[in-house]
Design a protein around this ligand. Sequence first.
Ligand code: IVH
Length: 785
Amino acid sequence: MTAAKNRILELRAELDQHNYRYHVLDEPSIPDAEYDRLFNELKALEAANPELITSDSPTQRVGSAALSAFTQVRHEVPMLSLGNAFEETDMREFDRRVTEGLDLPAGDLFGGGATVEYSCEPKLDGLAVSLLYQDGVLVRGATRGDGTTGEDISVNVRTVRNIPLKLHGTGWPATLEVRGEVFMSKAGFERLNATQLEVGGKTFANPRNAAAGSLRQLDSKITANRPLEFCCYGIGQVSADIADTHIGNLQQLKAWGMPISHELKLAQGIAECLDYYRDIGERRNALPYEIDGVVFKVNSIASQRELGFRAREPRWAIAHKFPAMEELTELLDVEFQVGRTGAVTPVARLKPVKVAGVTVANATLHNMDEVARLGLMIGDTVIIRRAGDVIPQVVQVVMERRPENARPVQIPEKCPVCGSHVERTQLIKRSKGRETVSEGAVYRCVGRLACGAQLKQAIIHFVSRRAMDIEGLGEKSVEQLVDEGLVSSPADLYALTFEQIVDLEGFAELSSKNLLGAIEDSKKPGLARFIYALGIPDVGEETAKVLARSLGSLERVQQALPQVLTYLPDVGLEVAHEIHSFFEDAHNQQVIADLLRHGLQIQDQGELAAEFAASTTLGGFLDKLHIPSVGPGGAQKLADKFGSLQAVISADWLDMRQALPEKQANSVREFFALEENRQLAEAAEKQLADFGMHWQSEKKVVEGLPLAGQTWVLTGSLELMSRDVAKDKLESLGAKVAGSVSAKTHCVVAGPGAGSKLTKANELGLKVLDEEAFVVFLKEHGVPV
Ligand code: IVH
């Protein structure tokens, strides 16, 4: 055997072992990164030695060429379905039939009687699959079909990560058919739908449909990219018996590498089965996958044989169902709600229906694109889904039931609250040097704070804990303040008097004083908090922090041009436009001026951040202009050659050709020949200069910082400042702050409770500072603490 072959076999065995620990035992023994390394090593070795690739290699779960149809497969042992129980009495009746069927003494009103041993397992909501192993190797996978004939989906099942391509250990029957459910976890389903929405693909109504649609793909390469999982719940055709009990069978299968349910339990008698049903029912929402009930099976295989079958159902098993999460109802109307940023959102008014025990009469429809995607009309019969704690959703229209008088859903032209005009938002994209505008999914009322709905929401947001943190002002009180005309902008809060508040419902002397105190106490917000409190559309806490940290002053944030804003981490062109137009709006300017007039003093203002200054290089700037056919490389060449925007704009043809090939050179000249492009670029450059940026200082700024090029890690809890603040301070000195410790880490700041990161830092012999030493260090470097 060659060395390559040896290593390949070794790697496969190791990867199989890790797969087993990960998927079956749930006890991964190596980090994902290490697994990936082994996997890639195997892939590389196989690529170099294709003759050594075998179909059971873990690298072969990638799907094969698309099929034109599935071939049919006959199930030697039919794949049956289960009888259903909905009520406790159905379950007691089932137990009585089992007890009688086995000739065991029945109990009476006072109990007594024999107890039957049952296995209990969740009823996964996916689709039944049969896996055939010959001499321990997976040779065929099939769907249930009508129970007698299914479809051959071998290539598809091979892509499901936790289905063993080869059984572990020894002693398996030469022919072994494993049965179980292929399903999609809740998280996998959410991820898949999010991706499908992004790429404009079909979304799925629920995890079950997603699993079915993914597994029954003629192109198994698609299946390979879907987050499918398998859970084994029994056996079909076998050349030799395995164990005496159902649970014994499953445990043996687990030892051979089959994933089985973590919730598998043994119950003595029906009472314990009912306990199990209740327990799983309570934990249903918290389980990572959807279940529609639990399954009880007589545990003894001999008893199962004695009981046998009735029609297409075993007499020894039953499904005890949970309330359904999907129901049909009628869409009575669609109303429109106005949110904080003016977004006008369609809400479905439904004929009340009980879904999983809760009456549902409303469901959000998100936006008009969603209405269009569903093809929804008023009067339609729709499928409503309420998964766990999730808000009820309309997942599908039952087209066959559309009445003749069904009406289309129309976005109102005027805001239902204030009567202002409703406008469709626009999406701004930049390509080939131009901004192109397309229609967005969201409609907005242009009334801003003149719209009662927006004003109330804006104030609720403004006073919230993570914004201005004004305690004692709940939603009801805000509504009163607005409805009474006492407050028509956030700034008015600072003009409220004791007499005005004390008359409001729910307020007394003390609470009014407390509220006025809280309002007074909120007058010194940090810059990030203040920006967040303004409620700029699309600007959450993170973006607010980025704006504050990078630009350093309210004035700069207010003035920043969209082109300049896109320099900030995670700020795209659309958000940049939102921010810019928010501050351009005269009404918003007035609110900010009023707030300052009422004595608001914004803290933490100062210089432009060094890392922002350093991120604005001329090359990067020219690249951001998106000059057609000029990529980052070309932009850098222009910067190297000309050194300033003006020099690029006024360059003559010969000079330009020295920097770039003809096509690109032409493109640059054409670009700047357009007045509009030139103005935009000049304005942005001028603003960067006003902010204190100079191309000459490129890189030098960060390079000149004391911690430039260093990576620091924060771990444990800090008492004198939050981790975020510590991070900001380090970054202001030019350091990068990373989440994990490696040999490249320069220093670790460890507070109380530090764990594995600190251990690792000590193992690697890295420099470690406690909080006290860290504070001293910061002070030494001129950073206030
Ligand atoms: S046992 C003879 N166990 O429910 C027994 N089925 O109507 C056959 N299912 O199509 C099935 N979880 O796909 C069994 N733990 C479980 C199950 C389960 C889900 C599905 C199965 C079948 C249907 C039965």
